[in-house]
Design a protein around this ligand. Structure first.
Ligand code: ATP
Length: 730
């Protein structure tokens, strides 16, 4: 006890009052001591009080039966004891320290917790489940195997290889119990362990619990609906509506109330409690003319009665001291984030994650295929010039067949039929009507005296309006598709220039006369004819991996949280950072293969040439993948439901994609958007990627290393935020 006192006083000066209480309680060696505990769920107007000034004393090496009807707060109390919930007021000291304090093994190896829901990985075998918890508790293989053998036979479980999903509800609960018993903890918290079990097995479990409490001083707190079953406990606590009605040895309670069954004692206490509640509320109405609930947790002035003794609790002063303290909460969250990760826990979590993946190989293959499909579709569908554009041709010169020396035919021959596909019309109005119908993208009209007009213009150097009009192709275009219109105009303009050069040559005139006064020299970077694909593909590779990475982490956490799996791991002593690191390491391997396949496809199959070091480009994509995973974790930390995750993830994809210059150059944005684009996790990374891919730049260039730094900073930022939020919401 003196050790515990020392530890307590080291932990928190606030524990002094509680220690005094423990001493006052007769210097018993308490494994669990909860004093004046108040717990609210929700906040503000939605708040409800689940625990009202609860006091609970559990000496070491006893079985403590926590009894009460559904909803009376038993599970809440257990979760507070194990450190999963923080009390709003009051204090819990478990195995000598506050749960969750630095270096304490609660949560951790010292506590075995069996929640009410089975909280098991359904695709795991019994053995895999036990090994997971064994590794978390740093047990070696041989001790896991020997405990596994004992528990399988003791709990009458089927073969170790059987999957959890194939077990009945009762068998699953027994596996859950086996997980709690596995490491032979000092403290066992069992939430309804015997529900739905065969009476013989129930008796066997109780016998075992009595045995371990006697032989190895294990302290056991067990909640149960079967009140009479709890007669076997050394001590019982009877709860109703969040209040502890009485706490004593079962035999003493029977003597005290002169009743023959615990059921009748409980009934008697409930009646008394009801009367007290009514008396208190009537008292309040008499005094204030207002109806005040006697169970209002925020009413500091309502003295809570110990219904067994009729006295006010001795720690009333302390209740007032311990108000909800956000600083304390933040400090505890910070401690949780700062605990140095343990390798054995990360290993256990990684093995668990790999087992989950192993159970779904089809999905894993699909995950590898997704980036391939996406980059292939992108390269096939985006950035290529439109081809075979249908255009109506009204060539007045050719209506009655082409006469010799007809220049319009020479001009039309210069236009690449792969790009523009002409259909001849004999009537200009009909051709225009066909465009209006949407059958063609435009009409190219050539006047009757086109050849003559060209000769007059180029050879005789006539520039009167009639000559200029006759010597031109007249285009009536459907300009609703910018890309198609651009290509149509470009192809016809370039072909016309070639045609003019040929014509000038044939008349012994220098063809350079047809050139515009601009000389495009060899480009400093890139090719003379640049493809849109070269601009967009680097950004697309970064984006594909970033957004896929979000999916790798965002949902898993929410699902595990919802099914109670994460809570169980937390109670086994795992920290948020360890869970997150294990996820990222395992998903890192998936991403590694995704990136290699994607870069190979883009580079080799679709000729998106990476001019710079390929490894540098891949390293940047990797870091951005980690950034995506961290962002996924962040989403997971702020969302409770799968639907919320989907909405946040999908809702953020387009804003990030559109504002980061992946699809359209940043230079095309309004100044405010251009400024804001600096704050997306993609913008500078995409820019760095383009510099590596198209300009062959390396880390010596500012833009490249800045891209790495920005990606790393976003990753760390999201990771840290997620860790803090997880710890705060634990
Ligand atoms: N996460 C939560 N948010 C809000 N209210 C909650 C939450 N968990 C429990 N409660 C409420 O707190 C009260 C106590 O719940 P608790 O689960 O502790 O009861 P219990 O005695 O364990 O019941 P049971 O035996 O049915 O599990 C109930 O009224 C319940 O609705």
């Amino acid at each position: 006890m003196s050790d515990e006192l020392n530890q307590l006083s080291n932990t928190d000066p606030g524990n002094q009052a509680l220690l005094t209480t423990q001493s006052q309680n007769g210097s018993r060696n308490l494994a669990v001591c909860v004093e004046n505990a108040w717990k609210n769920y929700g906040s503000w107007w939605k708040s409800m009080t689940a625990l009202h000034n609860v006091t609970l004393h559990v000496p070491t090496g006893v079985i403590y039966g926590l009894l009460g009807p559904s909803g009376c707060g038993k599970t809440t109390l257990l979760r507070c004891i194990v450190g999963r919930l923080q009390l709003n007021r009051g204090e819990a000291i478990v195995l000598g320290q506050r749960p969750g304090s630095r270096g304490h093994q609660v949560p951790g190896r010292a506590v075995g917790y069996m929640p009410q829901d089975t909280a098991l990985y359904k695709d795991f075998s019994i053995s895999e489940m036990l090994h997971y918890f064994g590794h978390l508790h740093n047990m070696n293989r041989s001790s896991i195997l020997s405990r596994e053998e004992f528990l399988l036979s003791f709990l009458d479980l089927p073969s170790r290889g059987k999957k959890i999903v194939q077990l009945s509800g009762g068998q699953q609960r027994r596996v859950s119990l086996a997980c709690a018993l596995l490491q032979q903890p000092q403290l066992l918290l069992l939430d309804e362990p015997t529900v739905g079990l065969d009476p013989l097995l129930r008796k066997k479990i109780w016998d075992h619990l009595i045995h371990i409490s006697k032989t190895s001083q294990t302290t056991i707190i067990i909640t149960t609906h079967y009140i009479e079953e709890a007669r076997q406990a050394d001590r019982v606590g009877l709860m109703r509506s969040g209040r502890m009605l009485a706490e004593d040895e079962p035999s003493r309670l029977l003597i005290k109330y002169n009743l023959t069954s615990l059921e009748s004692v409980f009934l008697h206490l409930c009646v008394e409690d009801q009367k007290n509640v009514l008396r208190n509320s009537t008292h309040s109405i008499d005094q204030d003319g207002l109806t005040n609930s006697a169970t209002n947790a925020d009413d500091e002035n309502v003295p809570s009665l110990d219904v067994t003794t009729g006295e006010t609790p001795h720690s009333e002063i302390r209740r007032k001291e311990l108000v909800k303290n956000p600083v304390l909460r933040a400090r505890r969250a910070a401690v949780d984030c700062c605990i140095c990760p343990h390798m054995h826990k990360i290993y256990a979590l990684m093995v668990k994650d790999l087992t989950v993946i192993k159970r779904n190989i089809g999905f894993l293959v699909f995950q590898f295929l997704i980036p391939l499909i996406q980059i292939s579709l992108f390269c096939l569908c985006i950035g290529r010039d439109p081809q075979h554009i249908p255009i109506a041709l009204y060539n007045s010169e050719a209506i009655n067949g082409f006469p010799t020396g007809n220049l319009s035919l020479q001009l039309l021959n210069k236009i690449n039929p792969e790009q523009i596909h002409f259909t001849s019309f004999n009537d200009l109005n009909q051709a225009i009507a066909a465009v209006r119908q949407g059958d063609y993208w435009g009409v190219a009209a050539i006047r009757r005296n086109f050849s003559e007009g060209i000769r007059n213009k180029l050879i005789s150097l006539k520039t009167d309006p009639i000559t200029l009009n006759a010597s031109s192709i007249h285009l009536y275009l459907d300009m609703t598709n910018q890309q198609v219109s651009f290509v149509m105009q470009n192809v016809i303009l370039n072909s016309t220039q070639l045609f003019l050069k040929d014509l000038l040559s044939s008349h012994k005139v220098d063809p350079a006369l047809a050139d515009p006064p601009v000389i495009i020299e060899n480009p400093i970077y890139g090719a003379k004819v640049q493809r849109f694909l070269n601009f967009a593909a680097p950004g697309m590779m970064i984006s594909i991996i970033f957004f896929l990475a979000i999916g790798l982490t965002a949902l898993i956490f929410v699902v595990e949280k919802k099914e109670g799996l994460l809570e169980r791991s937390w109670i086994a002593g795992v920290t948020t950072v360890e869970v997150m690191l294990a996820h990222i390491i395992v998903k890192f391997f998936i991403q590694f293969i995704q990136i290699i396949l994607m870069v190979f496809f883009a580079d080799v199959i679709f000729q998106v040439t990476i001019q710079g070091p390929v490894l540098l480009a891949m390293a940047l994509i990797f870091i951005q993948g980690i950034c995506g995973m961290s962002y996924g974790l962040f989403i997971s930390a702020i969302c409770e439901q799968e639907v919320e995750v989907m909405e946040v993830a999908l809702g953020s994809v387009f804003p990030i994609l559109l504002s980061s210059g992946v699809i359209w150059p940043l230079e095309g944005m309004p100044p405010i958007m251009r400024f804001l684009s600096n704050f997306t996790p993609l913008t500078h990374v995409v820019d760095a990627m383009r510099c590596i891919v198209s300009r062959a730049w390396t880390l010596v260039y500012f833009k490249v290393w800045f891209g790495f730094v920005i990606s790393g900073a976003w990753s760390c930022g999201f990771f840290t935020l997620a860790a803090i939020l997880f710890a705060l919401r634990k």
